[in-house]
Design a protein around this ligand. Sequence first.
Ligand code: 1PW
Length: 215
Amino acid sequence: PTASENQNFCFKDELDAFKLSLSPNKEVILEHYLAGWSGLVKFLNRLGNVFGFISKDASSKIQILKNFLNGEHGSEYFTVQSMVKYELENNLVDLKKAGSHPESGCRTLLRLHRALRWLELFLERLRTSQEDGKTSVMCADAYNESLAQFHPWVIRKAAGLAFCMLPGRLSFFEAMNVGTPDQVVAMLGEALPVVVEVYQITQDLYAKHDLLDIP
Ligand code: 1PW
């Protein structure tokens, strides 16, 4: 990335959006959750064009949710909790098979939520990695342990190829634009627990309402 692009990007700010997404009573504020995701997409795009198919899917899902947030019933989408309540009470979710609501907020957020688990596992591996650690292996291991189970063979194959193109550990750290490797590791140590908490709150909410398998 050029110097001017670097001025606009810092991976810490992107992860901090997830901290902002936690309300005092531990609900997840959708606007900040989506801001966190937009930052992750920005970062993916910095890593190169091979991640285009990944970032495009995430971007389109962010956009679907932003449209709800800015739409007629926007106030119902203030938090993930209020979104779930509103969409369920008004029968706006296809729970068992795709029907008249193929792009509900609940369904769309579930895809991002599953991907967040992958991100968490990957960044945790990165944080604890040695200097000779391979980002492609860390990323693939994290993926196979989480998101892969929800993807058909052809996506798993494409994702595997994309991971091979990830920059090495040091270049990856540099792309984050946070500082020295030590500073990156410290930043991840502080930011990841928040991502984990946001993930867990969403997971518990979805489990409680039996929403973890929305098609
Ligand atoms: C280093 C930063 C990494 C964060 C990136 C996380 C992005 C994860 C997106 C993976 C997408 C792979 C290609 C898309 C697959 C879609 O079919 C799938 N989407 C997701 C997010 O898993 C399922 O969505 P669908 O097809 O049911 O609408």
